[in-house]
Design a protein around this ligand. Structure first.
Ligand SMILES: [Zn+2]
Length: 340
């Protein structure tokens, strides 16, 4: 089959690799309909994260089940499925408590690769959710968004306790941040402040439900959010970048007693214990337990109540994956979809 493979920083090639097979009775093999390039794929692509080349890429996917192992009960061949970026058994104590992304038997799909014609999905029962039927073509980008970026933004908003009466600030205007805005709106937040310096992203943030836009970053960004919240800071803040500056901005923008949901994958972030102590905020985050939200998200998409696929502003065939990576790397695209 054809798959996107990273050979060295900046060098993604689509080439023939071996077809996946069922290796455990809990596996499924799917034919991928669409995959996409994630902000976190850019860390190995840029060489910021060590790679073991050649490395199959991708962890977001939707597709049709082709084959299942003998222990798989909840999905069957022919069904259209949405999967998550962490394969989880769905049965361990951590999964049952709502944290499948920290399953004791988890497999990161990034280690499997899904920017390919087919993919082996470990723990199919705990990882895949079948849609009510074969989706209309135009629903596919929205369902694909649920695989990671929507689910991650949603978790950020839930972790930040976004809800009625709350002012929510979202630091980060990538796909996850934009989806955190969408989630905050769905969860009933009263006011939603998006932090963004890029006009097309500001526009999409407003379409997804942002009521205010702050363009400043760092301490100026904190001051702008405080100014909009009577000097107190937001009740709920979602951090969707993962850098030192964005984490500090998010912490300092949260009012005492407020909640910060941090879902940007942290790289080289160091926090001051003293600052955390005196901030008096609730912190919750990490790799999003997307599988927990997937049935609800699929339902909202199926009923056409949310349109998260609007974050895809570039669609290319799988064979042109290298162009998709370049566009994301140069921030010419918010998010690139790969049709398989
Ligand atoms: Zn588990």
């Amino acid at each position: 089959m054809r798959a996107a493979v990273l050979h060295a920083p900046g060098d993604v090639r689509v080439e023939e690799i071996g077809d996946p097979t069922i290796t455990a009775p809990t596996d499924a093999v799917i034919r991928v309909s669409a995959a996409c390039v994630c902000g976190s794929d850019l860390w190995p692509y840029r060489g910021t994260e060590p790679i073991q080349a050649p490395m199959p890429m991708g962890h977001e996917y939707v597709g049709v089940v082709e084959e299942v192992g003998s222990d798989v009960r909840t999905v069957r061949p022919g069904q259209f499925v949405v999967g998550t970026f962490v394969a989880a058994d769905g049965t361990c104590e951590i999964c049952r408590s709502g944290y499948p992304s920290s399953c004791v038997n988890r497999v990161f799909m990034a280690q499997v690769g899904t920017q390919s014609e087919r993919a082996r999905i470990p723990h199919a029962d705990g990882t895949l959710v079948a849609t009510p039927g074969t989706p209309e073509e135009d629903l596919i980008p929205h369902l694909l968004a649920a695989s990671d970026v929507l689910g991650t933004g949603w978790f950020g908003a839930v972790a930040a306790e976004a809800g009625p009466g709350k002012t929510v600030a979202v630091v980060g205007d990538g796909a996850v941040g934009l989806h955190a805005v969408l989630a905050a709106r769905q969860l009933g937040a009263e006011r939603i402040i998006a932090v963004s310096r890029h006009e097309p992203r500001q526009k999409l943030a407003r379409e997804f439900g942002a009521t205010d836009v702050v363009t400043a970053r760092g301490d100026e960004g904190v001051a702008a959010i405080k100014e909009l919240t009577g000097g107190l800071g937001a009740h709920s803040v979602v951090e969707a970048v993962g850098t030192q500056q964005s984490m500090q901005q998010a912490i300092r923008s949260t009012r005492p007693g407020g909640h910060l949901g941090f879902v940007g994958v942290n790289h080289d972030v160091t926090l001051s214990g003293e600052e955390l102590f005196f901030s008096q905020i609730h912190l919750h985050g990490g790799p999003a337990p997307v599988r927990r939200f997937l049935p609800e998200l699929i339902d909202l998409i199926w009923q056409r109540k949310i349109h998260p696929g609007k974050v895809f502003d570039l669609t290319l065939p799988l064979d042109r994956a290298a162009e998709a990576y370049r566009a994301m790397d140069e921030r010419r695209a918010i998010k690139a979809l790969l049709r398989v």
